[in-house]
Design a protein around this ligand. Sequence first.
Ligand SMILES: [Zn+2]
Length: 126
Amino acid sequence: MKLTKASIFSKDQEQSVVDQSRFLDEVDNQGICPACGKKTLRTYAYIHESRLRKSLVTYVWCASCRRMKSWFGAFTLGIEFTDPLAHYSSAARTDMERDIDTFLRRLDHLWDRGELPQTKVAKNKR
Ligand SMILES: [Zn+2]
């Protein structure tokens, strides 16, 4: 078993990580990791809804060296997208994200199964 612990990107790698976030990019969905150079930089994002507004929580992680970065921003996309973890409550998500190693392993597992990366949901249901 590989026991590589998750760690964060250095300050000067962070901007490259944010720029390469491949959320909903169907053609080229993995970026190049600024730390290890491998093309295994993956993105997962979900909508966090509070009473006041919708926010987008984004995770970018490298499946090779296990560095990660997450951030929280206003949800401005205005489109629907798939989320294999949508059935979790926000309390369950908070629990899940507390153990970042297990969380990233879960995301990699979803990636291997084809449930990630996420895709846009066509708006044809009325
Ligand atoms: Zn890496």
